[in-house]
Write a protein that binds this ligand. Structure first.
Ligand SMILES: CC(C)(COP(=O)(O)OP(=O)(O)OC[C@H]1O[C@@H](n2cnc3c(N)ncnc32)[C@H](O)[C@@H]1OP(=O)(O)O)[C@@H](O)C(=O)NCCC(=O)NCCS
Length: 152
C-alpha cells in the first residue's frame, strides 16, 4: 500500500515484534544519545510504563514512552521517523499519551528536552508545557536539558 500523508495513523501499544523498527528510529533520531536495546526491552515488560507506537499502513513511523510517578506523568521518549516528520504525527503521539496519563490519574506532566531541539520545544510549548529548570551538560554533546512541565 503506498504511504501517503492521508494514510491514517493507528496508535497502539508496543508489541515485541515492533522492536527493530523502534530501534532504527531511535538511532536515526538521537545518535549518541540513543537508548540501548535493553532499555526498550525492559520498559516494554514493565506494566507501569506506557509504550505506544504509531503505524501508517504497514510502516511503524513513531513511538512514545511515558510513566506515572506520584501523580506526575513523565514523557521519557518520543520520536518520529525522519521521512515522515512535519505531518502532525508527533503531535498525535503526544496528545494520545497525555490523554492516557490523565486517564491513569496524572495531576501534572513533565519531560526533558535538549535545549537545541527547537522542533520538540515548539511542539511541547504548543501543548502547554513551559520550561521550569535547565540542567547543564545533560546530553552527550554537552547540551543542556530543559525540564518542561505543565499542569493537567
Ligand atoms: C520532535 C518530533 C517528535 C516532532 O514530530 P513531528 O511529527 O515532526 O511534528 P508534528 O508534525 O506533529 O509538529 C507538531 C509541532 O511541532 C513543532 N515542529 C515540528 N517540526 C518543527 C520544525 N522543523 N521546526 C519548528 N517547529 C516544528 C511545531 O510546533 C508543530 O506544530 P505546527 O505544525 O502546528 O506548527 C520529531 O521532529 C522527531 O522525532 N525528532 C527527533 C526526536 C526528538 O527530538 N524527540 C523529542 C525528544 S524530547
Amino acid at each position: 500500500m503506498p504511504l501517503t500523508d492521508s494514510t491514517a495513523l493507528i496508535i497502539r501499544r508496543f508489541q515485541s515484534d515492533d522492536l527493530a523498527a523502534v530501534l532504527r528510529i531511535e538511532q536515526l533520531s538521537f545518535d549518541a544519545d540513543a537508548w540501548p536495546e535493553i532499555d526498550f526491552r525492559n520498559l516494554a515488560e514493565d506494566d507501569a510504563v506506557l509504550f505506544l507506537i504509531g503505524k501508517r499502513g504497514i510502516e511503524l513511523v513513531a513511538y512514545v514512552i511515558a510513566w506515572l510517578v506520584d501523580g506526575e506523568g513523565y514523557i521519557a521518549n518520543l520520536a518520529v521517523h525522519p521521512g515522515v516528520r512535519g505531518q502532525k504525527i508527533g503531535r498525535s503521539m503526544v496528545e494520545r499519551i497525555i490523554a492516557d496519563l490523565i486517564s491513569r490519574g496524572a495531576d501534572d506532566l513533565a519531560l526533558h528536552v535538549n535545549e537545541n531541539n527547537h522542533a520538540a520545544i515548539r511542539l511541547y510549548e504548543s501543548l502547554g508545557f513551559r520550561t521550569v529548570e535547565e540542567t547543564p551538560d545533560y546530553y552527550e554533546d554537552g547540551s543542556a536539558g530543559l525540564l518542561m512541565w505543565r499542569p493537567v
